[in-house]
Design a protein. Sequence first.
Length: 99
Amino acid sequence: MSRIETLEELQALYGEPGQASLVKETAEIIPQYRAFIEASPFCTIATIGDARDGGMMDCSPRGDLPGFVRVHDERTLMMPDRKGNNRVDTLRNVLADPR
């Protein structure tokens, strides 16, 4: 098995992406994505910690009945806070870096 060392080598193996793949990223939540999000019983939330503490990334699972995540507007999701392990990693990270 050979080793891939450049972006060009990688792209040669996979070819060009299809049009649907190129347009799937949007700056806002479109109606099709809204329907998918609000029907899902599971999501993950990824945050980045304070750079002074190493800026580590955290990705936490969230789950409940379908509809527990609501689309507030085209750029904002809302979900209930559930009692967990009290580490509050996600909330701490959002305070440190609200991206």
